[in-house]
Design a protein around this ligand. Structure first.
Ligand code: GLC
Length: 576
């Protein structure tokens, strides 16, 4: 957190916040490294591999959830916020990890999942024990409607007794009847993930106390899971996302959180990022303006929704570069003077970025490094998802038995039951499933890929013999890791990368992603050929292309790249 503000000419009244030069690395613990041979990554594995992250030069590590959990949604269903799940290790190991991360000059950020708990959390166990339970109101309960006045389980209004026709993000209705007390509880995700009632002040107090305990323990901030879902419109649980995303109280809740958890921790460099499906540029300005004291930055979803068809996220549309440029540049402009962007192309919920936006075959190295360069040259805080720094690809699963993700499996089962062709569904999953990004990190060649000695909880991606950390780091000029390392260092060293203003060039070009970054009299020109064919630059694009002297290449992915021809998937950053 910081009180600083920046604009396109750099700092105004106070120095820029520390995270304007930082890069965050996301660890998905169960797939990172397994130290005890049970096939699931753990804290011991992370501790053994910290050198990899230190070499990469990242500033912050964000850990996906490691709390106690029945693992219905891989830890995003928490049954004890104050303990580490034995699957991952112990609190003592967590403390050791925190110390080691700090000793290496990095920070550690926890995932904060407080839109919902597990149904096995003692709060929910108590809440469902009776209608009069003291914690009953910590969750969202509704009476069944008289049959025929509510929705049915398929979401048809007027056909059942469900309080609304809301659907869970993981298929099926968002309401489940608690037989014991005869009321429905709300769950926007799985039925094992009941939503918390943020209107209840005691619940809010309990969450803030818990956050304070983690900060006291030494963690450096939080990535807040679906945090814009916490404020439901309490009076009208009517159908439609507008009632459960960004309810009226959301800004109040975040400001209260800031006051109760962060405000008094002056002198510490902390970071908060809120995951916010559906957030608009205007919302994000409010959430991230420094003087509003809500969040440092948000994860927006616009650019990762562009290839979703109308039917569902599994309705895959072809990639459209013009739409991507239009979207990302709107965010760059929108948050230029107020607020701050987070930058990402992949995470544990998205397909692998090189498979989705690049070419994961012939031009895997070139397109992985092009994507990284374009992203890291935007203004904002970049997030690197584990494995992207070596250009990992989608999983390539061909049977439903290979999948582990509750969202993918529920969608498959529901669609098969509705009569869909399983082969088509598998094809959609092959592109879109979250499991594409959840295969174990291959640290080396060989059968177990250096992940651990046990059978991994989910299969390794088939190309692990060639795409692995050891091979990539030994690849010299063709090391994706080395390219990421240079990009991260560039942000540390170069104020124009961190703070320069952004201007998109050639917005309608279907193959070229070009933009400038400007700070004072310094300017960088980014030229990216987003295609598998050579691209002829038009000298009219920018004066630097018309000069006799060859502009300095700050970073590129084709050795000796110069002149007006960009090789397939070539990216070049020029000092203009
Ligand atoms: C977020 C997480 C995702 C999880 C969901 C429910 O979107 O990133 O992995 O399934 O919230 O907690």
């Amino acid at each position: 957190m910081s009180d600083s503000t920046t604009n396109d000419t750099g700092p105004t009244t106070t120095p820029p916040a520390w995270w304007t030069t930082a890069t965050v690395y996301q660890i998905y613990p169960r797939s990172f490294a397994d130290s005890n041979g049970d096939g699931v990554g753990d804290l011991g594995g992370i501790r053994q591999r910290l050198g990899h992250l230190h070499d990469l030069g990242v500033d912050v590590i964000w850990l996906s959830p490691i709390y106690r959990s029945p693992q219905a949604d891989n830890g995003y269903d928490i049954s004890d916020y104050d303990d580490v799940d034995p699957l991952f290790g112990t609190l003592a190991e967590f403390d050791a990890l925190t110390d080691e991360v700090h000793a290496l000059g990095m920070k550690l950020v926890m995932d904060l999942v407080v839109n919902h708990t597990s149904d096995e959390h003692p709060w929910f166990v108590e809440a469902r024990s009776s209608r009069d339970a003291p914690k009953r109101d910590w969750y969202l309960w509704r009476d069944p409607l008289p049959t025929g006045q509510g929705a049915d389980a398929a979401g048809t209004p007027g056909a059942g007794s469900h309080p609304t026709a809301w659907r869970s993000a993981f298929s099926g209705p968002a309401w489940t009847l608690d037989e014991g007390t005869g009321q429905y509880y709300l769950h926007m995700f799985a039925s094992k993930q009941p939503d918390l009632n943020w209107e209840n002040p005691d619940l809010r107090r309990a969450v803030f106390d818990m956050m304070n305990r983690w900060l006291d323990r030494g963690v450096d901030g939080f990535r807040m899971d679906v945090i814009n879902h916490i404020a439901k419109e309490p009076t009208s649980l009517a159908p439609g996302a507008s009632h459960f995303v960004m309810g009226g109280q959301i800004h109040d809740h975040l400001r209260e959180m800031h006051r109760e958890v962060f405000a008094h921790r002056t002198g510490r460099e902390l970071i908060t990022v809120g995951e916010m499906p559906g957030v608009t540029v205007d919302d994000a300005k409010l959430f991230t303006a420094a003087d509003r004291h809500e969040l440092d930055m948000v994860f927006q979803f616009e650019h990762v929704g562009l290839d979703h068809g109308p039917a569902s996220k599994f309705d895959n549309l072809p990639f459209d570069l013009v739409a991507l440029k239009r979207s990302l540049s709107r965010w760059q402009e929108g948050l230029a003077d107020q607020g701050w962007n987070s930058l990402y192309l992949g995470n544990h919920d998205q397909p692998r970025s090189v498979s989705r936006f690049g070419d994961d075959g012939r031009y895997r190295f070139e397109s992985a490094t092009l994507l990284a360069t374009v992203l890291h040259l935007h203004r904002g805080t970049p997030y690197v998802y584990q494995g992207d720094e070596i250009g990992m690809t989608n999983a390539g699963f061909t049977s439903i038995e290979q999948y582990r993700d509750i969202e993918s499996i529920n969608w498959f089962d529901e669609s098969v039951a509705a009569g869909a062709d399983p082969e088509h569904l598998l094809e959609a999953l092959r592109f879109r499933s979250r499991d594409n990004a959840r295969t174990p990190v291959p640290w080396s060649g060989g059968a177990a890929a250096g992940f651990g000695t046990g059978t991994p909880w989910i299969e390794l991606v088939a190309n692990h013999d060639t795409v692995n950390v050891e091979a990539d780091r030994a690849a010299g000029e063709r090391s994706v890791f080395e390219h990421y390392r240079r990009l991260i260092a560039l942000r540390h060293e170069s104020p124009v990368v961190a703070l320069g203003s952004f201007e998109l060039l050639a917005p309608d070009d279907e193959r070229l992603y070009a933009f400038t970054r400007t700070l004072g009299d310094e300017q960088l020109l980014v030229l990216a050929n987003w295609s598998g064919e050579a691209y002829e630059l038009d000298p009219a694009l920018h004066p630097a292309l018309r000069r006799r002297s060859v502009p300095q290449v700050v970073i590129g992915n084709v050795p000796g790249g110069a002149g007006l021809t960009l090789a397939p998937w070539e990216v070049r950053v020029l000092r203009s």
